[in-house]
Design a protein around this ligand. Structure first.
Ligand SMILES: C[S@@+](CC[C@H](N)C(=O)[O-])C[C@H]1O[C@@H](n2cnc3c(N)ncnc32)[C@H](O)[C@@H]1O
Length: 372
């Protein structure tokens, strides 16, 4: 029987040197037996570690994710952010229990928070703060994303999203007459419209069809109408759509089809387009990532998605005054949604406003090799 000294690295709290017994290639420590192939196999413990991460951090990450409920929370937060009360509704558990699970996920760096007015929203932290753990987390999230979501959770999630959407539609229906006034509080079309139009000129390959989602007052429709053979204006607020139709008619725009609905309608009617525009729409929607993904589905190969939206900000008065659901969007989150929907990032432009808002103009392209 030979005696070897080895630093036990399997548990963070045991860092002292222990005397281990090696008998017939079996390491014996207390009541634990570990089979090793030969003494040579221990030599790699002496070499320099390739990262500074200790195994405790890896354990914390695995433990945090290694719970059925927390795993489903990570799945639910795949594309969208939710508040703790909404998550309680989805998982049908008490707030104290949900807060406990969220704390574990946050401590392990798997979720991050963002305050939106008076509510704290939880979202998945796609980039783990410890760079050495990013690869592990990436594989974990990918595997979770591929797994099925419990149907009961899906149903409750859909009802929360529907509630949030209904509030947004109601806002635009009630405030259609004050649309420009409200718009000017944040950024008027004259502040960013010209940039959006020149962005369009630099973007398009095919000029057959365009889909504008949320045309609002219709300020972009003149340009779209002049650029494309056929344009569809799709708005989920009847009042806004009517205003926009009246305006387009008074301008003599002939090639526009007005539709009441959202991307679900566009998909069910197969409204495939060479260009889709989303100007100041995503921050009004409960699940902006799903809209980006629907747009990717609706784009023809080589088609372009143009997004104009506010960058993340902290001016929470816009929620009441302008019906905003989100205080802007993080540019990198927008990129992540688009890339995970199979789009390729094109040009970007950022415009600073005097009132502190920043506007992002983004271009995403559907690769030619994809099916139309
Ligand atoms: C802030 S306005 C922006 C209007 C216009 N695009 C602009 O830049 O001035 C948002 C518009 O999008 C519409 N909208 C919001 N979410 C929508 C959705 N999911 N589908 C269709 N229209 C939507 C609203 O009814 C409203 O007309």
């Amino acid at each position: 029987m030979a005696t070897v000294y080895c630093e036990l690295i399997f548990r963070r709290e045991i860092t002292n040197l222990f005397t281990l017994t090696l008998y017939k290639n079996i390491l014996i420590y207390k009541n634990h037996y570990v089979k090793v192939a030969s003494m040579d196999n221990l030599s790699h413990f002496d070499s320099q570690p390739r990262s500074t991460t200790d195994t405790g951090a890896i354990t914390a990450l695995c433990k945090a994710a290694g719970d059925p409920l927390r795993m489903q929370v990570l799945k639910v937060l795949q594309q969208n952010a939710y508040g703790v009360l909404e998550l309680c509704q989805v998982f049908d558990i008490r707030q104290s229990a949900m807060s406990h699970h969220l704390k574990i996920l946050a401590n392990a760096g798997l979720v991050a928070t963002r305050r939106e007015g008076t509510t704290i929203f939880y979202r998945r932290n796609e980039s783990h703060p410890d760079t050495d753990l990013q690869a592990l987390q990436h594989v974990l999230f990918q595997t979770i994303d591929d797994a099925a979501l419990d149907p009961a959770l899906r149903t409750r999630l859909e009802s929360i999203n529907t509630e949030r959407s209904a509030a947004s539609v109601a806002f635009f229906n009630q405030n259609a007459a004050r649309f420009e006034e409200n718009q000017d509080l944040i950024a008027s079309w004259s502040d960013y419209g010209e940039s959006v139009e020149s962005f369009l000129d630099n973007s398009i390959a095919a000029r057959e069809s365009a889909l504008e989602i949320g045309p609002g007052y219709g300020q972009f429709l003149g340009k779209l109408s002049a650029t494309f053979k056929q344009v569809t204006a799709l708005d989920n607020s009847a009042e806004m759509l009517e205003q926009c139709r009246t305006r387009a008619t008074s301008q003599g725009l002939q090639n526009i089809d007005f539709k009441l609905g959202d991307t679900n309608l566009a998909i069910s009617e197969g409204l495939h387009s060479d260009c889709i525009s989303l100007n100041m729409v995503l921050h009004h929607n409960p699940t902006p990532g799903d809209i980006v993904s629907a747009c990717a589905q609706l784009l023809n190969s080589g088609g372009v998605l143009l997004i104009t939206d506010l960058c993340a900000h902290d001016q929470d008065w816009v929620q009441k005054a302008c019906g905003d659901l989100w205080l802007g969007l993080e540019p990198q989150e927008l990129t992540r949604w688009a890339l995970s929907a199979g789009l390729v990032e094109g040009n970007s432009l950022y415009l600073a406003q005097r009132n502190g808002f920043r506007i992002q103009l983004r271009q995403f392209v559907k690769p030619l090799s994809d099916n139309p």
